[in-house]
Write a protein that binds this ligand. Sequence first.
Ligand code: PGA
Length: 252
Amino acid sequence: MKTGIPPLIIGNWKMNPQSTSLASKLGVELKKKVGGIKGVDIVIAPPAVYLDTLSRARGSRPLFMLGAQNVHHEKLGAYTGEVSLPMLMNLGVTHIILGHSERRRDGETDEMVQKKLGAAVKAGAIGVVCVGESERDSGGHYLSLVESQIRRALAGLSKAKLGQVVIAYEPVWAIGKTASEAATPRDVGEMMLYVKKVLAPLGAEKAVVLYGGSVEGANAKALMKEGGVGGFLVGHASADAKQFAALVTAVS
Ligand code: PGA
């Protein structure tokens, strides 16, 4: 990597697996299979109810970091069903995924992402802001959408906190498919340049920019090399230890 920062690979388990014992088993397998791989920073973001289980499964010398898939911007109070930053950080969470398209689809707005990001960085966590278009149009409107998602999320953030921001470009049309249907390294490379151009005037040109959307062992290397990404946000391939290990090995 040009920056000398190791690639960051975040596994987003989404709403999987079905039980604590399966989460624990997957955690132990991941520790065995990817824990020893050097030159990569790994974060696993399970459903919040499995954070404690995963924290135990990864052991006392943690070989991967813990992430959360969402957070509420308030610390405490009457917010039924929500989980706060102190609660997550108390369990060892360092990275918070924000504005994932599956949450935006269910009503999460740019304003909510902005509030959550502000709260996350204030608490000392890394905010992983997901952006991306649902479809590409020939007029390039998808570029303005990505730009506006980034600008709105980062609005009001002090320069000192920008180092705690990671951007994950995840085109919605490429999520949950197979490697052959992911965005091409060329598509991704162009978008990486565009995102950097948007970030520069905000003072965030050094922010790590990830790609997500059907990243698997088969396409990870090409996306990394030709796409110029700082790492990946991985969905389905992170909920299978063997697949995830193949992907991490390809990147390392
Ligand atoms: P996918 O999911 O790797 O299964 O496409 C990526 C994501 O939604 O973060």
